[in-house]
Write a protein that binds this ligand. Sequence first.
Ligand SMILES: [Zn+2]
Length: 124
Amino acid sequence: MDACKRCGRPLKDEKSIALGFGRTCMKKFEAEEAEFKHIQITIDDALRVHNLKIMPEYFKAVASKAKRFEIRKNDRDYKIGDGLLLREYKDDEYTGNEISAVITYMTDYAQKKGYVVMGIEVAA
Ligand SMILES: [Zn+2]
């Protein structure tokens, strides 16, 4: 006998058998799926990380925590809370040195059009 995939009770009508769920469970299943997708989107959004090239002199300054800001063209829709993966770039290639940071503040005050200043905190 066909059983509901959610609660395991036997399924009686053809429509339920075709769906694999009883009527009530189908509704609950759909709601759970929607909630799951919503959570996924929230997580993906929360874990947004921007990969950025950074020149050695600035890499060092960020690594030593002397430089706690980045000025960038805002072509990536940066948001407070987004992660930055700063990848040291020298002579047209990545050196392999990287720093993870989080955007803590943003302003475009007195910046060239389209540019933004971001306060950053280097991840421990
Ligand atoms: Zn069920």
